[in-house]
Design a protein around this ligand. Structure first.
Ligand SMILES: [Mg+2]
Length: 121
């Protein structure tokens, strides 16, 4: 399913419940942040590398299900924001990726963990 189709699914879900009246860009930004933190909470106090091994071996399907749910919640918020402000999320993503390509030159950063301030470009 295309991103624009998913945005329409989110739009219909919101409109069928008459929730648009409660939505502002600020509220949707808060929602995205809250859902991202619900995702993060699943990993709190866990060893990241050990957890990855378990998840990739299919040894913790209950946690994987929660991760999928919270990741989907984040996407829902992003789709709702794109719908609310009427922008193409796919285009925004590709535009951001293009900026990241310039900011993080692949020859310079390959295999390195680096943080280049946005203002440098
Ligand atoms: Mg959630």
């Amino acid at each position: 399913m295309e991103l624009e189709d998913l945005k329409n699914v989110a739009k219909n879900f919101i409109d069928e419940r008459d929730w648009r009246q409660f939505q502002t860009a600020k509220e949707l930004a808060i929602d995205i942040s809250v859902e991202a933190n619900e995702l993060l909470e699943l990993f709190q106090w866990m060893d990241g590398k050990e957890l990855d091994k378990k998840l990739m071996k299919g040894e913790d399907n209950e946690l994987l299900k929660k991760i999928k749910n919270e990741t989907a919640d984040v996407l829902f918020g992003c789709l709702a924001m794109a719908d609310h402000l009427d922008f193409d999320l796919g285009k925004a993503f590709l535009s951001k990726l293009e900026a990241l390509e310039k900011r993080y030159n692949k020859e310079e950063v390959k295999g390195k963990v680096v943080k280049i301030p946005e203002y440098k470009n």
